[in-house]
Ligand binder design. Structure first.
Ligand code: GRF
Length: 206
């Protein structure tokens, strides 16, 4: 049986699209069970609908605090048998309620080579710092912002004259390859967490 994914997306949803496209391939070991957004008009929800995937808008205004929001979020994901949650451009801070429920079963993508440039505006941070390479990271979710155990990374060059937008576009192309790769590794049982290190088994579960 293919692994059921929940995807959390607040915006454009190009990473969601890459995941949907990967899941459309017959040999891919996962399927998207539900796409959740905190924003009613997130283009990500349109992408999910176009792919025939269930969507859910969880409006933050309907909840008293972060914990009650996350309790509802966890319930919705568990109801659908989600085995792995992928935060793909999810702009809300997640509380310990969510992190505890999905520890080792939730991933995030961040457009920098972590631990460099976590948080907001990573491309601006990278350009201001003057790095010559940047890239993208998929990591397990923990209590911090972009701090969890690193699963896969890929680098891109920073070119002279780059702006936030040109660098973001270059990084995005590798994001779209990396997220499906991380999901495949997880679904095939090839990831093992040792302390804060993720060991990738090249052989598969065997
Ligand atoms: C991506 O760069 C992702 O790494 C970051 O937010 C952006 C979301 O883009 N967390 P999209 O919504 O997947 O197009």
């Amino acid at each position: 049986m293919r692994l059921a994914l929940g995807v959390l997306a607040s915006g454009r949803g190009s990473n969601l699209q890459a995941i949907l496209d990967a899941c459309a391939r017959p040999d891919f070991p996962a399927r998207v069970a539900v796409v959740v957004s905190d924003r009613e008009r997130a283009p990500a929800l349109d992408r999910a609908r176009a792919a025939g995937v269930e969507t859910l808008w969880l409006n933050p205004k309907d909840f008293a605090d972060r914990e009650s929001y996350d309790t509802a979020l966890v319930r919705e994901l568990e109801t659908r048998g989600v085995g792995l949650v992928c935060q793909a451009g999810w702009m809300r801070i997640l509380s310990t309620v969510y992190v505890r429920a999905f520890r080792g079963r939730a991933m995030n993508i961040h457009p920098s080579l972590l631990p460099a440039f976590p948080g907001l505006h990573p491309h601006r941070q990278a350009l201001d710092h003057g790095v010559k390479v940047s890239g993208a990271t998929v990591h397990f979710t923990d209590e911090g912002v972009d701090t969890g155990p690193i699963i896969v990374q890929a680098a891109v060059p920073v070119e002279p004259g780059d702006t936030d937008d040109t660098l973001a576009a270059r990084v995005l192309t590798v994001e779209h390859r990396l997220y499906p790769e991380a999901i495949r590794l997880f679904a095939e049982g090839r990831l093992r967490l040792v302390g804060r290190k993720v060991i990738v088994n090249p052989e598969g579960r065997g």
